[in-house]
Design a protein around this ligand. Structure first.
Ligand code: PAF
Length: 282
């Protein structure tokens, strides 16, 4: 496995791989089993002849909250071990100084899907994600890239980025990986207090209950209100949003026959967790 810390090292590492499949898994590090599953899928997709690239870069530009960035876990040595075990060929591990020019002046804003859900709550977040992912696409020039569906909105926005900018890459969405108790794996989970870690699987339980209630005919607002009251019954928990939207437009539903998405973000103390579930009426 090669480790590239500069753009020049990355280009050199990838030169022999051009012309064959290159599968990119962008990450911010603090890799857990969810990332490992993305990396294994990348290895499978690339096959013996292709190349798997993982980026490990805590992208400051996508953080709307300074303390979230400051407390985001960083485990570079363990991350390299995970990459090695999952068959990654090249790890790109730049610093912010390597990644960004100090006087950078281009922004990249998606203006429709980003106005709702996390985008409405975290100003500038998705512009930062689009900027870094677009840079990674330019640097790596992957044929394929894999993103997890826990960040459902992120995946939808990145599909728009690829479509609207004609970026020649095929995006793959990977299913959410959960602990045995149902909690979606997240790098932020390690920051939960023991009490909140024990209570956090309630998010998944409330989404499963919502799916049943929606199937049984409850309205979108009834379903969302039930999720909010279940979660806010836990001491120290505040729901940032719980919204039922059209799964494709991410905006309020106009047709209940289409696939719906129930997305939730909740603060357990100062740790913000997200999760989602797709819903249908029958
Ligand atoms: O999902 C993430 O971890 C990040 O948003 C990404 C896609 C690696 C961009 O920094």
């Amino acid at each position: 496995m090669q480790i590239a810390r500069t753009k020049e090292e990355l280009r050199a590492a990838l030169a022999p791989a051009r012309g064959r499949r290159i599968v990119l898994v962008p990450t911010m590090g603090a890799l857990h089993e969810g990332h490992a599953s993305l990396l294994r899928q990348a290895r499978e997709l690339a096959g013996d002849q292709g190349t798997v690239v993982s980026s490990v870069f805590l992208n400051p530009v996508q953080f709307d909250n300074a303390s979230d960035l400051a407390t985001y876990p960083q485990t570079p040595e363990a991350d390299l071990d995970v990459c090695r075990k999952c068959g990654v060929d090249v790890v790109f591990m730049p610093t912010p100084e390597v990644m960004y020019c100090p006087d950078r002046s281009i922004t990249l804003e998606e203006t429709h899907l980003s106005t709702v859900l996390c985008g409405a709550k975290r100003p500038g977040h998705f512009a930062g994600v689009c900027l870094v992912v677009n840079k990674l696409f330019n640097l790596v020039q992957p044929t394929d890239a894999i993103f997890g569906k826990k960040d459902y909105q992120q995946l939808a926005i990145l599909r728009r980025l690829v479509r609207d900018l004609d970026i020649p890459v095929c995006l793959h969405g990977a299913e959410i990986v959960r602990g045995e108790d149902g909690l979606a794996l997240s790098s932020r989970n390690v920051r939960l207090t023991p009490e909140h870690r024990a209570a956090a699987p309630t998010i998944r339980r409330s989404l499963l209950a919502a799916r049943e209630a929606y199937r049984a005919g409850k309205s979108a607002s009834e379903v969302c209100a039930a999720v909010v009251s279940t979660l806010e019954a836990i001491p120290g928990v505040r729901v940032d949003y719980a919204e039922l939207v059209d799964a494709e437009t991410l905006h309020p539903q106009t047709d209940e026959n289409r696939l719906a998405l129930l997305a939730v973000a909740a603060y357990f103390g100062d740790v913000r967790l997200i999760d989602n579930i797709e819903l249908t009426r029958s």
